[in-house]
Design a protein around this ligand. Sequence first.
Ligand SMILES: [Cu+2]
Length: 455
Amino acid sequence: MRGIMQKTGKGRRATIAAIAVALAAVLLLLAACERPATSAGGRQNPETGEVRRFELITRSDTINIGDNVTFEGFTFNGTMPGPQMEVNEGDTVEITVINEDSVTHGLSIHAANAQTSNYVGNIAPGETRTLTFQADYPGVYMYHCAPGGHGIMAHTMGGQFGMMVVEPQQRYRMEEELGREPDLKVYLIQHEVYADGRDFFDGKALYVMFNGETFRYVRDPIPARPGDFVRFYYLNVGPNLTSTFHAVGGIWDDIYYGGNPNNLMHGTQSVVSGPTDSWVIDWIVPDEGPFTLVSHAFGTQAIKGAVGVLDSREDAPRIGEIRSEGLGTPPVEDPKRFVSPFGLGSDTLDVPVRYRSGDRTLIQMVGNSYYPKRAEVPVGTTVTWINEDVFDMLEGELTGKHDVVVVQADGNERFRSELLDHAETFSTTFNQPGEYEYICSIHPYMRGKITIVEQ
Ligand SMILES: [Cu+2]
């Protein structure tokens, strides 16, 4: 048996005698009791019998994303991308998710051929849940936060994703032919950063990066030697854009879609990866010199940070591997830019929009953010909020329903709107000058600001 737990009750007929039904029900109940409640797999690993355990801690976090730019979102274990997990095909994998945050999180792990949301979806603040599964298919997989519903997309955009590698039992062709492991393994996650939910909806990334920082491996090139056997574990987590990963001056020797050794192709200039697509690329470094690693989508990706350098020299140090986790360096005291897709970032990024008297003032709720996040309106203006989030099913962190709650400096609520479904609106008129910060009561990290000015 592979994958998810055995289905129960299949094929039972309504015509069966009542006593048999009762007996079957008792047997099913006993069978259900025998199963660990958290298990999504059954087969023991016949090759190694190894059990691999990992711990993921979910948090709201503020991190450095390179070049003195700070990002406020969600993380696994304090980094974006989160921890890299490696197992062997056939291993039993046990992942414990500890939610240390004040909002609901969860986990979707693509390496599991199982409905993981049954086990680690929707984990309330303070809760810990465990998933056990069998790593049956080798390859390079994405994992991401999955509190459920709308929250899955929002939290993945917010920084909660990472890579799991399931190393195959069967060796990749070049490794078999050369009779050795690669000289260098480069685990590379391409991912996007958004300034707000509107840009997330529209696929307009602010930055696109490898392993957590814009131009990380331009600042800190990856050393290799001519003739080295280099393997890339390349994963595009998106969440929106399709990348074409290419080495300037190189042709990929062997490429494996998804990283599965059965999916071999040869001699391509690039690998095409939609969100969550991955490749294993085996490549012999053909020459000396810098090889620029790039998503060849120049305007939408490369120029925004998805560039690195593999620096090939005869005397290059042997580093063995480059890992896909973000650096996890603490944010600098005074960043030149603060990116907060759900909250209030730098006002040169989340630029205040100034409305004149008589202008229609419409503020969207979209992708768990307000848009524009900052608005300035004259006294007497009626401001309308509209919920552009479409996924308005479910509740709490799982839903795209939103409201507007203004709390004044003295702690008193100035007003609280109804909870809005998709395309519903709420309007209020501001008759006093002042500054009001507001939040969504069910996604309290959503923040907006409205300034009422004298005419
Ligand atoms: Cu989350």
